[in-house]
Design a protein around this ligand. Structure first.
Ligand code: AMP
Ligand code: MG
Length: 492
């Protein structure tokens, strides 16, 4: 029996300049490291067949499965604010689309499967470390309930890749609602190809926003909808302490999923200025800058859509500005509602925003761990007499006391029981996030010792982020000073 992929190809049916047809480059000795069996089933694929040597060859790009129509997608993008008119999939190849169990169309893409016409000077390959990082973090985001691309498989290629050192090569199979980016629109807009922009917009509406086809002004409605999804996405990032690290327009998905996990990281100590990415020297993509950058990226999308809005350029700009004006409100609404839930507030009252902000400010001053502070706040909601588990997270524990007093008075105004509040808080405040030092340890063990047990264990822990899991309590802990990771790398 061979693996059957029920592929469809709506993107590859678009005009020829949307992509380049290119097959993956075969690799020496594929070895399956990890198959995401539940995801395979969700996609209607047979996990047992995917686990065979033939399955591993497909997932490594050594064998093109029947029905695939491999392409590299064209796109442009602003990288750190500078426009590059042609980027494109330089090391990724889309095999095709499948309809999942919920009726959702999903791209199946190999990342690290060899050069394409968009590779520029790159080798089209990926190293094992970044593949494991993307696998762990994307699946963790999914389990946290945040829109994201997912990881179907990781395979080692049996070949080496040259980076700063020689590293084992690997291929990630990525699954996405689509791989269309803000930068995909920019590719056509930069060429003055309004027909291309329109065809892409029509494809996106049919695929991601089908209800908008009936709207009075579908292209305006499309911009509104992407703005709404991005505002919500970035709010959710902030609420779990996620830092994307490379929020370039080519890494901003039109479907509203988190995409392109490079030097991403979760914050340990709360500080809005936190930056991990080694390539983000100016802190452009710092934790607290992410909402502003999302709006900047959406403004680039709006510019691409102007010719579809109106022949009158001034009118089109005015309409785009009006649409972009909704971002701040949408983001703030999602973010503040999320913060209230994190703080265990069931209703919204005057003063709540300031109350939560004061906690965040005290956390910043006292280097309190973001994840643990909110998780333990849930516990002390059930046992108000004992605030020690939270106090001890603050450099100066007394800094927490006056805030705790205000908070107790505030929650006492609500009828919910202590245990009800604890339960509600634990549902939104994870105990487990993919902490940097754990990811580094996973990569280290895999790359240096061919040991994937830490990778498997971390995935197990992160598959239930909102459960206490006492057996894995150590995974909830922040790094010891010597374990602390100061920089993350994209590893391209
Ligand atoms: P990324 O930083 O992964 O979002 O990639 C930015 C751009 O560089 C995209 O066009 C990628 O396809 C391209 N790229 C990154 N790494 C490689 C590589 N090893 N070989 C070829 N192209 C690459
Ligand atoms: Mg990218």
């Amino acid at each position: 029996m061979t693996v059957h992929f029920p592929f469809e190809h709506t993107y590859a049916a678009l005009p020829a300049n949307f992509f380049a047809r290119v097959a993956p480059t075969p690799v020496a000795a594929p070895r399956l490291i990890k198959l995401n069996r539940p995801l395979a089933e969700q996609l209607g694929l047979d996990p047992d067949l995917l686990s065979t040597p033939e399955g591993a060859e497909i997932l490594a790009g050594k064998r093109v499965p029947e029905g695939a129509d491999p392409i590299a997608m064209a796109y442009a993008g602003h990288q750190f604010g500078h426009f590059v008119p042609q980027l494109g999939d330089g090391r990724a190849i889309l095999l095709g689309e499948v309809i999942d169990r919920d009726g959702v169309r999903r791209d199946i893409q190999l990342k690290g499967s060899g050069p394409t016409p968009f590779s520029r000077r790159g080798d089209g390959r990926a190293a094992l470390g970044p593949v494991l990082r993307e696998y762990v973090v994307s699946e963790a985001m999914f389990k946290l309930g945040i829109p994201t691309t997912r990881s179907l498989a990781a395979v080692m290629s049996g070949e080496s890749v040259m980076r700063e050192t020689v590293l084992p090569g690997a291929v990630l199979t990525r699954v996405a609602a689509s791989h269309i980016r803000v930068g995909t629109f920019q590719f056509f807009a930069a060429r003055g190809d309004t027909d291309g922009v329109r065809q892409l917009a029509d494809h996106v509406i049919a695929r991601h926003y089908p209800d908008l086809a009936q709207a009075d002004r579908p292209y305006h409605a499309l911009l509104d909808a992407v703005i709404a999804r991005q505002a919500n996405l970035v709010a959710q990032w902030l609420l779990v302490g996620f830092i994307h690290g490379v929020m370039n327009t080519d890494n901003t998905s039109i479907s509203g999923e988190t995409i392109d996990y490079g030097p991403c990281a979760f914050m340990d100590e709360y500080n809005p200025a936190t930056v991990f990415s080694s390539i983000d020297e100016m802190g452009r993509y710092a934790y607290g800058n992410q909402p502003r950058i999302a709006l900047w990226n959406l403004t680039r999308l709006a510019e691409c859509l102007l010719p579809l809005f109106s022949d009158d350029k001034d009118k089109a700009i005015e309409q785009a500005q009006f649409a972009l004006g909704a971002f701040a409100e949408k983001f703030t609404e999602a973010y503040q509602a999320g913060l209230r839930r994190k703080a265990g507030l069931f209703t919204a009252r005057d003063g709540d925003e300031a109350l939560v902000q004061d906690l965040l400010d005290a956390m910043t001053k006292n280097q309190a761990d973001f994840t643990l502070t909110f998780r333990r706040l849930g516990d002390i909601a059930a046992d108000p007499a004992n605030s020690e588990p939270v106090r001890e997270l603050f450099v100066d524990p007394t800094a927490f006391d006056p805030w705790a007093e205000r908070w107790r008075q505030r929650i006492a105004e609500e009828p919910q029981s202590a245990s009800e509040r604890q339960l509600a808080m634990h549902r939104v405040n994870p105990a487990f996030i993919p902490r940097n030092h754990r990811i580094e340890a996973v990569i280290q063990a895999a790359v240096s010792n061919d040991d994937f047990a830490p990778f498997e264990e971390l995935l197990t822990v992160l598959s239930n982020p909102y459960e206490d899991q006492p057996a894995f309590a150590a995974y909830a802990e922040p790094p010891e000073p010597h374990q602390r990771v100061h920089q993350t790398f994209c590893g391209t």
